[in-house]
Ligand binder design. Structure first.
Ligand SMILES: NC(=O)C1=CN([C@@H]2O[C@H](COP(=O)(O)OP(=O)(O)OC[C@H]3O[C@@H](n4cnc5c(N)ncnc54)[C@H](OP(=O)(O)O)[C@@H]3O)[C@@H](O)[C@H]2O)C=CC1
Ligand SMILES: CC(=O)N[C@@H](CCC(=O)OP(=O)(O)O)C(=O)O
Length: 311
């Protein structure tokens, strides 16, 4: 018996990534809709109710619509969109972020896949808040840069097609200048912070890859750099996906973890000033989207946690 999986939005950027990770697996059967009917509500409803698990790789409104089309009480849902990441009744699908989360995912029917930027931010901040090393009322900021595939088909076209309406030849640009990015509530809520972090996103002319940085002033820290590193190492001990690198580095790159489903964490500091610079490197389409979705599918359906992942 294989697990029947339907990817709604399979032709999109994230959908294609997930298809690639599932294509060669003998424990999974992918359900398909012919391309010309992929937005037909009746065709989608049929597959959404026939599958053991569905993965929604859709814009937020279409994801909400897909959930409303499901009548089968046994269908497990993984939503890659932003629609349900802070919604009651949904399990936040970040297996490593809380000690009990992996077990919760094993029985969950509704799972929200984390956002790409929040994945890096939460992995760095949540264990430190939980350990009492970082004050929950610290005024944090998050500097982050993504490859342009993070914006899906339309941003890929803007960077790759000269005739796109919003074509750009820039190497690097900052955005989110209204300070109201959709990821902020997710970051604040799942980190357990009193204040929303100031989020400073940017996009660079490379297809995939992501760096997420959190600078921490010592006034908000209740420990040393060594204690911060120890807390991160302890939080992710034994994880095949999240790795804490305590080695020396002169620099890190946007492509650091690109092409993988890993999440690599670093903590740098200055002994004299006590300042700390936390950094996460991931692939926006890996642990930031498709890799996390496949990991969640594996956990929810009792398949090997890392099956199909690129580690
Ligand atoms: N790209 C990334 O790095 C990440 C993306 N995500 C999230 O994943 C979701 C998908 O993003 P992404 O793959 O980048 O986006 P894309 O724009 O690349 O793909 C979205 C797909 O959904 C299809 N679609 C839109 N409306 C409907 C509908 N009503 N019924 C069926 N299909 C529909 C689109 O069709 P058409 O091809 O016709 O446009 C497209 O193929 C989003 O919610 C995004 O926020 C999450 C983490 C990271
Ligand atoms: C570079 C870029 O534009 N990135 C997108 C975030 C990626 C995404 O689609 O967000 P989710 O992770 O919530 O699905 C943005 O900032 O809106």
């Amino acid at each position: 018996m294989t697990t029947k999986v339907f990817i709604d939005g399979a032709a999109g950027t994230t959908g294609l990534e997930i298809r690639e990770r599932l294509a060669d697996r003998s424990d999974v059967t992918l359900l398909h809709i012919p391309d010309e009917r992929r937005k037909d509500a009746a065709a989608r409803a049929e597959m959404l109710n026939a599958a053991d698990a569905v993965i929604l790789c859709l814009p937020d409104d279409a994801a909400r619509e897909a959930v409303a089309l499901i009548a089968n009480p046994d269908t497990r849902v993984i939503d890659a969109s932003t629609a349900h990441r802070t919604a009651p009744g949904w399990t936040y699908g970040f297996a490593e972020i809380e000690p009990e989360r992996r077990a919760e995912l094993a029985t969950a029917k509704r799972v929200s896949n984390p956002g790409c930027y929040p994945t890096g931010f939460l992995a760095l901040v949540r264990p430190l808040v939980r350990a009492g090393l970082l004050a929950a009322d610290a005024p944090l900021s998050v500097n982050a840069t993504s490859g342009y595939s993070g914006g899906g088909k339309s941003l890929i076209a803007a960077f790759e097609q000269a005739d796109a309406s919003d074509a750009t030849d820039t190497a690097f640009r900052i955005y989110g200048l209204d300070l109201a990015h959709k990821h902020v509530p997710e970051m604040q809520g799942h980190a357990g912070l009193a204040h929303p972090p100031i989020f400073l996103p940017a996009v660079a002319r490379t297809y995939r890859g992501m760096l997420v940085e959190v600078p921490v002033h010592p006034v908000w820290l209740k420990g040393s750099l060594a204690q911060v590193r120890d807390a991160l190492v302890e939080a992710y001990r034994g994880s095949p996906v999240v790795r804490v690198d305590t080695g020396d580095h002169a620099l890190l790159t946007l492509e650091q973890a690109a092409g993988t489903d890993r999440l690599d964490l670093f903590a740098f500091g200055n002994d004299k000033t006590g300042q700390i610079r936390l950094v996460a490197a991931l692939d926006n389409l890996g642990k930031g989207a498709g890799g996390a979705a496949v990991q969640n599918l594996n956990l929810m359906c009792g398949l090997g946690e890392t099956a199909g992942l690129r580690l």
